[in-house]
Design a protein around this ligand. Structure first.
Ligand SMILES: Cc1cc2nc3c(=O)[nH]c(=O)nc-3n(C[C@H](O)[C@H](O)[C@H](O)COP(=O)(O)OP(=O)(O)OC[C@H]3O[C@@H](n4cnc5c(N)ncnc54)[C@H](O)[C@@H]3O)c2cc1C
Length: 307
């Protein structure tokens, strides 16, 4: 899991800060997506960076809600050293939309069915979410005058785009497509549990959007072949790099360049880590896409919780 190094009670304006908020509206967009609109005065300072801006949702601890949530630079390590029942649960989500003037932030949460032996705090919260429920966020502070971090889409101008993801990345892909210049060109593939999960999107005219319904098949069944085929026709100047293998059951798959370089193609992939691993092997290793030309991110791992 990616965590911020910024504390929960900064004395000066920091890139990220905590926000207290309440659920204002709940809208079931489709069988698998719930749009949660959070609202509060504090959210008037939530930065509207668009693209794949990630942030943290902080869920109440089973025994004491937010009472023992630590503050300060070392908040996350202090949180993890509390007794389990007193620990707030932290999960990574994408900012789907920000309306600063109204103090509102939208988050599209996937309603995955938690297995009996898994706590799945985010999914359980979403499945029983109620208007007025209090939640904490750790997100980008608009008062900070500089880059906030947590934005991973970084395509060079004019590059042909190949974007792929599963339902957990659908909010990021939708927000990326909305912010792209009208001249952007390429393809986007979004694998979702069922056909009814294909949502309306606002994409530039030269971006082909393909919703791929899994309909009960394994994760990646539709995404891997579709993205592999599209990648084969990208104009890639292959790099002679060794692509290090990553054990996705032990490490987080998060393969990003420090900076992108001008190039004819740019690839962005976010999905279940095993699926991303397979696509990274094809695109980075077999086709030789240089590290500077793509982002490969395991958004979650089947069978493992985000802790
Ligand atoms: C940068 C980033 C942005 C993200 N943005 C979003 C977003 O906008 N919307 C969104 O819904 N998710 C998003 N995710 C994914 C989300 O963080 C994970 O799905 C998270 O694990 C859910 O937490 P949980 O408490 O429900 O389950 P966990 O406690 O983390 O896991 C419990 C069990 O559920 C399984 N599981 C977790 N997620 C899923 C899933 N989607 N489908 C099926 N099984 C699952 C795990 O493998 C595990 O077995 C994002 C992740 C990252 C890294």
């Amino acid at each position: 899991m990616t965590t911020s190094t910024v504390g929960l009670a900064p004395s000066t304006v920091q890139p990220w800060r905590p926000f207290t908020c309440r659920v204002k509206t709940l809208r079931r967009l489709s069988p698998s997506f719930l749009r949660v609109t959070f609202a509060s005065e504090e959210l008037r300072d939530f930065a509207d960076n668009g693209y794949d801006q990630r942030f943290k949702l902080i869920f109440p601890a089973p025994a004491c809600g937010f009472e023992k949530l630590p503050a300060g630079e070392r908040w996350y390590s202090e949180l993890r050293s509390l007794p389990e029942e007193e620990q707030c649960r932290v999960r990574t989500y994408t900012v789907r939309a920000v309306r600063r003037e109204a103090g509102e932030v939208d988050v599209d949460m996937v309603l995955h069915e938690p297995q009996e032996d898994r706590e799945a705090p985010a999914a359980r919260w979403a499945l029983s979410a109620e208007i007025g429920a209090e939640l904490m966020m750790l997100g980008p502070d608009a008062r900070f005058d500089g880059p906030h971090g947590g934005l991973d889409f970084n395509a060079p101008e004019g590059a042909e785009l190949l974007i792929g993801g599963d339902e957990t990345a659908a909010p990021a892909i939708a927000a990326i497509l909305e912010r792209l210049p009208v001249t952007a060109r390429g393809k986007a593939f979004i694998e979702v549990p069922e056909a009814a999960d294909a949502l309306a999107l606002d994409a530039p005219p030269e971006i082909e959007v393909h919703w791929l319904a899994r309909e009960g098949a394994d994760w990646g069944t539709r995404l891997i072949p579709a993205v592999t085929e599209a990648a084969a026709s990208l104009r890639i100047a292959p790099a002679l790099e060794t692509v290090e293998d990553i054990d996705v059951d032990i490490e987080t798959l998060w393969d990003l360049p420090e900076q992108t370089a001008p190039s004819e193609a740019y690839v962005w992939i976010g999905a279940e880590a095993g699926v991303v691993k397979a696509l990274r092997r094809v695109i980075r290793q077999d086709l030789g896409l240089p590290k500077e030309c793509g982002a490969f991110m395991g958004y979650w791992r089947a069978g493992r919780d985000a802790d």
